[in-house]
Design a protein around this ligand. Structure first.
Ligand SMILES: *[C@@H]1O[C@H](CO)[C@@H](O)[C@H](O)[C@H]1NC(C)=O
Ligand SMILES: *[C@@H]1O[C@H](CO)[C@@H](O)[C@H](O)[C@H]1NC(C)=O
Length: 487
């Protein structure tokens, strides 16, 4: 837990060698940032889970530190009591697996016969040659780590939230803040960067202390909570480890929309069609998004695609999220009930303390995880649910779908539960109310479409989930011998 500045200043000075190493590595990472002015891409609305936060919140582009005050936020008669936030890590590098695929595609381009280049050139520019001659800047060590821009995402989010809710993020509350994180580096690092942003908010001008000097240094790791999907037997058996569970994703990869793109890309890059597949096309598209998000450049990989291609590739990404993390299977969202219940336990405790006029033990709770943490949780709450499932065969009908991961879970996406204590002038009764914010915008509740709910009503609406989760059997596999009671 964060101990405040006193503890930090007394922290022992890091040995010079360690300090130098830390400095060097941070310099090395900074050198990947080439950005000057913010760059936009016509394809960026379709980047799915690889979308930049500022593409969802364009108000941030002119001033990323200015708080985004949603006019629907409760004010006046209500005081914020507690904030519980589930935060996706900031912008990250591609995973080693994605980098391997990209390298393979790059090699295919470099292996084109010399004659090929002239063949399709015909006066136009040869996209394939340009890509083949351009060195790849991705390396294996990057493997999904948080990038410098990702740290900035977190620092700026911290500064905006602290400015938006000054009473909760009060300097006095610093030591009572709870940080919980997934064990993945990018999440731990996101938590640390968030704390640094708070430090900058409290002590502008003072350089934030080095991570290793922070006694907090240890946002508490809890994978059962933040990576519940790794711990749910039923999910692991029925979805994650099940070759047929993602049937629609596989079928879409070989369906007419993707085949159309494959043919077009093969022609554009002058690579034999049978050397390409949907995964390689997808990694080329991802590279366009990574180059923009990480380096802030308009990547030549984007030149391979037009907007119609991007829409199809976005759908492919959403299909996977839908069947693996969303409404595709009930267990996807059910597996998150442990986190859902944990959130309500915090809220319950705050309500109880407030009712007894006790100080709130944790006014701010920050939980760092993944898109895979947020999507099941949102689905459990019934949000972004379409009438029809997303399938391999209804791409056209799903043009205006709600389940669009790029709008819901970009990098640094955050779902915030805000608990308020309200005193109504007309009724002497005290009330507790809740608002939800997704990416700093008020999110209407699925059951009422209202932007605020009485805490009791909310708990009541979700009481089945909360109760059955407490019974702790959501993730148990059904008994194998009871085949007789199948429909
Ligand atoms: C795998 O998924 C399919 C499709 O949902 C389902 O019918 C099957 O029962 C699953 N297999 C296991 C072992 O859960
Ligand atoms: C299933 O197996 C358990 C023991 O493993 C047994 O007690 C139970 O009667 C069986 N149920 C059926 C429907 O066969």
């Amino acid at each position: 837990m964060f101990r405040g500045p006193g503890r930090l200043l007394r922290a022992p000075v890091a040995p010079a060698a360690a300090l130098a190493a830390a400095l060097l590595s941070s310099l090395a990472r900074c050198s990947h940032l080439e950005s000057g002015d913010p760059v936009a891409s016509a394809l960026s609305p379709y980047f799915g889970t690889k979308t930049r936060y500022e593409d969802v919140n364009p108000g941030l582009l002119p001033d990323p530190e200015a708080p985004q005050r949603d006019p629907e936020l409760l004010e006046g008669t209500c005081t914020p009591v507690q904030l519980v936030a589930v935060i996706r890590h900031g912008t990250r590098y591609p995973t080693a697996k994605q980098i391997r695929k990209l390298r393979h595609l790059h090699e295919l381009l470099q292996a084109r016969r010399p004659g090929d280049e002239k063949a399709g050139g015909a006066g136009g520019q040869d996209v394939g040659a340009a890509l083949a001659n351009r060195p790849l800047w991705y390396a294996d060590w990057m493997d999904g780590q948080l990038v410098e821009k990702g740290k900035q995402d977190m620092r700026q989010l911290a500064q905006r939230l602290a400015a938006l809710f000054p009473s909760l993020f009060d300097r006095e509350n610093f030591g009572r803040m709870q940080l919980i994180t997934s064990s993945k580096h990018r999440c731990v690092d996101s938590g640390v960067a968030f704390l640094q942003g708070l430090w900058q908010h409290y002590y502008p001008g003072l350089p934030p202390p080095d991570v290793s000097d922070m006694e907090c240094g240890h946002p508490r790791i809890n994978d059962k909570l933040m990576r519940f999907f790794d711990h749910c037997k039923k999910f692991l058996t029925e979805v994650e480890g099940n070759a047929t569970a993602l049937y629609h994703v596989e079928a879409f990869k070989t369906g007419p929309e993707m085949q159309g793109i494959l043919k077009k890309v093969a022609a554009t890059l002058q690579v034999p069609l049978n050397h390409l597949n949907a995964d390689l096309i997808q990694v080329a598209f991802f590279t366009c998004s990574f180059d923009l998000a990480i380096k802030g450049i308009k990547s030549p990989w984007c030149d391979v695609f037009d907007i119609d291609d991007a829409k199809v590739l976005e759908y492919l990404n959403d299909l996977k999220q839908y069947w693996k993390r969303g409404y595709g299977y009930t267990i996807n969202s059910r597996s998150s009930c442990i986190l859902f219940e944990d959130i309500f336990r915090h809220l319950d405790k705050a309500v109880e303390q407030k009712q007894r006029s006790q100080p709130i033990s944790s006014p701010v709770i920050l939980q760092f995880g993944h898109a895979e943490t947020l999507l099941p949780l949102l689905s459990l709450m019934g949000l972004f649910k379409d009438k029809e499932p997303l399938t391999a065969y209804n791409y056209k009908e799903q043009t205006h779908r709600k389940f669009r991961s790029g709008h819901i879970v970009p990098y640094a996406s955050n779902l915030i539960f805000l608990l308020y204590h309200c005193k109504n002038a007309k009724t002497p009764k005290e009330e507790f109310r809740v608002q939800m914010l997704l990416n700093e915008k008020v999110l209407p509740f699925a059951h009422s479409q209202e932007t605020v709910s009485l805490y009791e009503d909310l708990k009541n609406h979700y009481k089945d989930i909360l109760q059955s989760c407490r019974a702790n059997d959501e993730c148990e596999l059904p008994k194998t011998n009871s085949t007789s009671d199948e429909l």
